[in-house]
Design a protein around this ligand. Structure first.
Ligand SMILES: *Cc1c(COP(=O)(O)O)cnc(C)c1O
Length: 367
């Protein structure tokens, strides 16, 4: 087209932005195949659902649905402040933690500024960064995980934000406290470092850090957490950032006034009070992970060892093919070719019968 069009007015970065690819919804696959018993292991959701306490809180809140939610999220922030032993002024609530990641990009990135992340890292970092016109810098991975030395070497005078997922999605790799803190300590103090801890509750490793413990030492640190994974509240959309109060103040300037709805606020607050549910979910995940890795082993498939509630397996051929064949058997996994892993399928740890059905389907597909 040589005429001037509104397309020319799309903000820099938006015109060639590739949107986030979500997992296929169960309803869509079942409509297409005319089946009702599909298994979705595509989006790292909690197969056990959510805490009964969260459900009860949502039901009670239903009568208030005509009212706007508490835009400041006072009660949830107070509960989170108590849980993390931090001042509520350090907490920024998000419509999912993706919302917080997006606020970080809007506040700290702009054309001419650089956003640094790792190869195979969570897709939202480059998407949110490109949307605000920042320059993307991707550090090469080391054994599928973050190579902190390579990343440190790419920080320069134009760098504004460095993103670290610990553990990372979709690889399930993780960083030890010592190496991660040394990396943060060496960063120029004007560079924001985001440590995304979406899967933190699942990690059972002695050297795995809680980066929120370092907030007093590093005012340029932002830690993000979510209720979408182990807490089982993915559809309600609620997550949060922990940071220096001045950083939280900046984030809150771009936050939509009612970004977290009232069901999400009360459900998250109740879910926090049910740590038994969290422990139960983590234990079920440990068992399911063992089932999956054993099954992959029996099929002779390599996989990336993961500390999350998902695992990426090398299917030894173009993953789209395998994904299509699995879908025909009613099994939804997540091909991750778009993460630079063209032969890997990410599989969320499901219920025991789901894991077994998925393994069976995979072995049939791979013949
Ligand atoms: C799932 C996930 C999130 C959380 O997304 P929400 O917006 O909170 O649902 C954040 N970071 C990573 C790495 C994830 O995998």
């Amino acid at each position: 087209m040589n005429k001037n069009t509104f397309l020319d007015h799309a903000a820099p970065g938006i015109a060639n932005l590739k949107p986030y690819l979500p997992g296929k919804p169960i309803s869509e696959l079942e409509r297409e195949l005319g089946i009702t018993d599909s298994v979705k292991l595509a989006s790292n959701e909690n197969p056990l659902g959510c805490s009964e306490k969260a459900r009860t809180a949502i039901q009670k809140e239903l009568s208030e649905v005509a009212r706007y939610p508490d835009g400041g999220g006072f009660a949830l922030r107070a509960a989170l402040a108590a849980r993390h032993d931090l001042d509520p002024l350090r907490i920024t609530l998000g419509n999912g933690s993706n919302d917080v990641l997006d606020m970080i990009a809007r506040v700290f990135l702009s054309p001419g500024r650089e956003s640094l992340f790792s190869q195979h890292a969570f897709a939202v970092y480059p998407i949110s960064s490109q949307a605000v016109g920042a320059t993307l810098k991707m550090a090469p991975a080391f054994e599928y995980g973050h190579d902190l030395q390579a990343m440190a070497g790419m920080v320069g005078e134009h760098t504004s934000v460095v993103w670290i997922a610990n553990p990372n999605n979709p690889t399930g790799t993780w960083l030890k406290g010592g190496e991660l803190e040394a990396f943060i300590a060496d960063l120029p103090p004007n560079v924001i470092v985001v440590v995304d801890e979406a899967y933190t509750e699942y990690v059972d490793e002695p050297d795995y850090p809680d980066a929120s413990r370092w907030l007093d030492k590093y005012p340029n640190l932002i830690v993000t957490r979510t209720f979408s994974k182990v807490y089982g509240l993915a559809s309600l959309r609620v997550g949060y950032g922990l940071s220096h109060p001045d950083v939280a103040d900046l984030l809150n300037r771009v936050r939509q006034p009612f970004n977290v709805n009232s069901m999400a606020l009360v459900a998250a607050e109740a879910a926090l009070q049910d740590q038994d549910f969290v422990r139960h979910s983590v234990e079920a995940n440990r068992q399911g992970m063992a089932t999956l890795t054993e099954g992959f082993g029996k099929m002779g498939l390599d996989f990336i060892p993961s500390v999350g509630n998902f695992i990426s397996v090398d299917v030894g051929r173009p993953v789209e093919e395998v994904d299509r064949a699995l879908l025909h058997k009613g099994c939804i996994g997540r091909p991750i070719a778009n993460y630079g892993l063209p032969k890997h399928l990410r599989v969320t740890v499901g219920l025991e019968q789901e894991n077994e059905r998925f393994l069976q389907a995979l072995s049939e597909v791979l013949g």
